[in-house]
Write a protein that binds this ligand. Structure first.
Ligand code: NAD
Ligand code: UFG
Length: 338
């Protein structure tokens, strides 16, 4: 297949582009580099021994987007491009709605104009209403609690309306749980700008000595050790989910939603212990106040993806830590600046 990947220079995008190339697909990336480095795709090309077409452009630049679509006739689009920091989204919500929602509307218009109607969209477990019972199933209530999550929820609703209006659309909505880890080579991985918001990149930077200690946000939750429990998924397993979804869309029209998680929960303290084990050094931490907006537990029921896509996350948490650590240790400052 010929695949367009928006946001393909980013963390999950770069891992997915690599797998697409390894499976023989031709890939064209469109990314504005607002949260990524061009080095990620240089390394992806080295690893795959194949080339990616790259265009550094913004989804909000309608003309550039149109030119990009004119230059690459694709069978499907995988849409990662978006802003993703929950805390930041509460400070600059307008930018989040414009970038994520308007960016997606522009993408849909360009696709329709070029008669490309197959789309895989990066959604998030954050769209679920926190009052839902656990584990989370795809047909449970939505009720995002922050602007970032609401951009994902609104995009899901837009995609549902679009698919209902015209049976030529084929759309996969993938709700990711907590992606961590890196490619086994240690050449590509997550490279957050500034202090990481997410637990595993933070723990990893403490282990490598960039930061002194981890702040554990609360130990009084209703969980076995009192700290928050999440469903961490290896980014390589997550990337494989996109290939499975693309394959499914080849023979199905309409809109489909799948959780991509493992169904297994790991607490903050378990993450710190497992990471210290993988890194072979202690990871200092202190217990501090709860972080506003956090839920005690987030856990996927991933059985629908197994049933319908034949996809299952297979990499254990220890491997997520080992792979994340290999990337961090060999790139302590992330990608080199260009
Ligand atoms: P990332 O920031 O590493 O990648 C996103 C990429 O999109 C970046 O390369 C960025 O430069 C690009 N981008 C952003 N806005 C753009 C625009 N207007 N035009 C063109 N390019 C643009 O993030 P990631 O972790 O790889 O996440 C990918 C997607 O998955 C995002 O949509 C994110 O919301 C979603 N998601 C991520 C997580 C997670 O924890 N990482 C969880 C659930 C969902
Ligand atoms: N945590 C700490 N210290 C830190 C960072 C996090 O104790 O420095 C705790 C949190 O309180 C939580 C757990 O570690 O209990 C995981 O937190 P993350 O920030 O890593 O992940 P979240 O589940 O809060 O959110 C992430 C993404 C969201 C996405 C969601 C579901 O940030 O964008 O996963 O996919 F929507």
């Amino acid at each position: 297949m010929r695949i367009i990947v928006t946001g393909g220079a980013g963390y999950i995008g770069s891992h997915t582009v690599l797998q697409l190339l390894e499976h023989g697909h031709d890939v064209a990336v469109y990314d504005n580099l607002s949260n990524s480095s061009p080095v990620s795709l240089e390394r992806v090309q080295e690893l795959a021994g194949r080339e990616v077409r790259t265009t550094w452009g913004d989804l909000l630049d309608v003309e550039a987007l149109d030119d990009f679509f004119d230059g690459f006739e694709a069978d499907a689009v995988v849409h990662f491009a978006g802003l993703k920091a929950v805390g930041e989204s509460t400070k600059i919500p307008h930018q989040y709605y414009v970038n994520n929602v308007v960016g997606t509307l522009n993408l849909l218009a360009a696709m329709k104009k070029h008669s490309m109607e197959s789309l895989v969209f990066s959604s998030s477990a954050t769209v679920y209403d926190p009052q839902n019972p656990l584990p989370l199933l795809e047909d449970m209530r939505r009720g995002a609690t922050n602007p970032y999550g609401r951009t994902k929820q609104q995009i899901e609703e837009i995609l549902e309306d679009v698919a209902a209006s015209d049976s030529s659309w084929r759309i996969a909505v993938l709700r990711y749980f907590n992606p961590v880890g890196a490619h086994e080579s240690g050449r590509i991985g997550e490279d957050p700008v500034g202090p990481p918001n997410n637990l595993v990149p933070f723990v990893s930077q403490v282990a490598v000595g960039v930061r002194p200690s981890v702040r554990v946000f609360g130990d009084d939750y209703d969980t076995p050790d009192g700290t928050g429990v999440r469903d961490y998924i290896h980014v390589v397993d997550l990337a494989a989910g996109h290939l499975a979804a693309l394959e499914y869309l080849e023979s199905h029209s309409g809109l489909f939603t799948w959780n991509l998680g493992t169904g297994r929960g790991t607490s903050v303290l378990e993450v710190i212990r497992a990471f210290a084990e993988a890194a072979g050094k202690p990871v200092p931490y202190e217990i501090v106040e709860r972080r506003p907006g956090d839920v005690a537990v987030s856990l996927a029921d991933p059985s629908k993806a197994l049933r319908e896509l034949g996809w299952k996350a297979v990499r254990p948490f220890e491997l997520m830590c080992a792979d994340h650590w290999r990337w961090q240790e060999s790139n302590p400052q992330g990608y080199p600046s260009t």
